[in-house]
Ligand binder design. Structure first.
Ligand code: 6GU
Length: 231
């Protein structure tokens, strides 16, 4: 997979892309991630990539020229399966969408800043818009990093067997069961006996029950979906 990320604040992307699972996946060539500074594509002599909204209103709007030029030059090099725009006015990202996106070859993520981006960019260039939740962030950079992390961890060979993504919360529509590690007794607090029993079938059933219980309590919306599916 190759991911091209376009941003007017590329400094924001450095840390999350260079460390931990995403950093290692890049070093071992399991994913190629290239960051593009939008400002280097503007023809404005002051380096501007935004302007006042027609019709008035608060905040600045990202102008079409640098974005059309940047994406245009990328498309000359290779074809893209998706051009994604993270924005709060879009359907909320879920694991199913992440799973599908992780199968794509080349994608572009355009990080918007300020109050929004010129609608012509969305109409002509963007193929998918995703929100990461019902709250507002100042820019698309952090959502882009969330999207990248969620996809990259699913790429073949990125996670070891021990970290297998199949066990993740949400992968089966449920939250995860609680987990414990050594010591079995800590400050008078004991690990549930079933986990140290060595009975794998009992452990499996216990985890299934806890996952259902947690989901019912914390995310009744997800719980209803699961129950309706199995009926
Ligand atoms: Cl994708 N962008 C911004 N700016 N705010 C958000 C968001 C995205 N998702 C939720 N809030």
């Amino acid at each position: 997979m190759r991911i091209d990320i376009i941003s007017a604040v590329p400094e924001l992307l450095k840390g999350p892309l260079d460390h931990s699972i995403v950093g290692r996946a890049r070093k071992s060539k399991k994913v190629e991630i290239v960051v593009h500074d939008l400002r280097s594509h503007t023809t404005d002599k002051h380096g501007k990539v935004d302007d006042y909204p027609f019709g008035g209103g608060a905040g600045l709007v990202m102008t079409p020229q640098p974005v059309f030029d940047c994406i245009g030059s990328l498309k000359k090099e290779r074809s893209y399966d998706a051009v994604i725009f993270p924005t709060p006015d879009a359907p909320v990202l879920d694991q199913q969408t992440v799973n599908k996106l992780s199968l794509l070859g080349n994608i572009i993520i355009l990080c918007g800043h300020y109050k929004g981006i010129d609608q012509r960019i969305r109409d002509e260039l963007i193929t998918l818009e995703v929100s990461i939740g019902d709250y507002v962030l100042s820019g698309g950079e952090l959502p882009a990093m969330i999207l990248v992390d969620s996809m990259v961890r699913l790429l073949p060979g990125v996670l070891g067997d021990a970290e297998s993504a199949l066990d993740d919360s949400h992968q089966d529509g449920l939250l995860s069961a609680p987990v414990y590690t050594r010591p079995a007794k800590f400050r008078g607090l004991n690990v549930p006996a079933v986990l140290t029993s060595g009975n794998h079938e009992k452990v499996r059933l216990w985890r299934e029950e806890k996952a259902l219980q947690r989901t019912r309590e914390i995310r009744p919306d997800l719980y209803r979906k699961i129950i309706n599916k199995s009926n």
